[in-house]
Write a protein that binds this ligand. Structure first.
Ligand code: HEC
Length: 197
């Protein structure tokens, strides 16, 4: 064996031993604290939400919102549940798409179609007749979206139904943002124009 080959083997063996040792030192075992490198990001100096905080009078980190502040994306919906509140929303709320330009309206229509197929089709079916797949598995059929009640319902009332739910239908406020709800409603209107078929 020539000398440089022996040196090469020696180094390879040493590196292998070092890697195995490093691996053992870093092996995740929830029972033991491990070798920690660069911990600045794991242990923040900022106060954590639920830890005591001496800087505030009540000693808590999380403070109530200042009156009038609306957290981003949490616009309050000032309507209660039930048909009377739905009617009130129908009178007061107008779809932002009513004044949208052509390009935005078309984008919303496409988005509404996708969202309808994801969230509504299972019960209301692709055309809105109320014969979605779950109905054939024993779920009570929803009313047709082509019936007079849904056709003549104001956009705002439909928005209220999607936001607060109605009877057997749950609220979709957690799944659909406000603009997505208006987009779905635009798609329901399109289905209604096309008719039950
Ligand atoms: C789990 C099944 C189900 C899903 C999913 C569902 N709905 Fe409904 N929907 C119903 C039922 C059932 C009713 C009737 C509720 C009642 O009045 O008891 C209803 C009622 C409605 C009404 C009112 C119809 C009327 O004549 O009063 C509208 C509008 C509506 N749904 C739209 C939608 C839209 C848009 C979606 C998708 C975001 C959707 N629904 C998703 C089951 C569903």
């Amino acid at each position: 064996m020539n000398k440089s080959y022996a040196v090469f083997l020696g180094w390879t063996a040493a590196i292998c031993v070092a890697l195995v040792g490093l691996q053992a030192a870093l092996r995740p075992d929830p029972e033991v604290r491990h070798l920690e490198i660069f911990t600045e990001m794991a242990y923040s100096h900022a106060a954590e939400s639920f830890t005591p905080n001496p800087w505030f009078a009540d000693g808590k980190t999380q403070q109530a919102l200042v009156a009038g502040v609306v957290p981003r994306g949490m616009l309050p919906f000032r309507y209660g549940t039930g048909p009377d509140e739905a009617k009130r929303a129908g009178v007061e709320l107008v779809s932002p798409l009513a004044t949208a330009n052509e390009a935005d309206a078309q984008a919303a229509a496409r988005e509404g179609k996708d969202l309808y197929r994801i969230y509504c089709l299972v019960c209301h079916d692709a055309r809105g007749n109320g014969e979605g797949p779950v109905v054939f598995r024993g779920m009570l059929p929803p009313p047709s979206l082509h019936a007079d009640r849904a056709r003549l319902m104001a956009d705002g009332e439909m928005f209220h139904i999607l936001t607060r739910g109605q009877g057997n239908m749950a609220s979709y406020a957690a799944q659909l943002s406000r603009s997505e709800r208006w987009a779905v409603i635009a798609h329901v209107r399109r289905l209604q124009e096309e008719g039950p078929q």
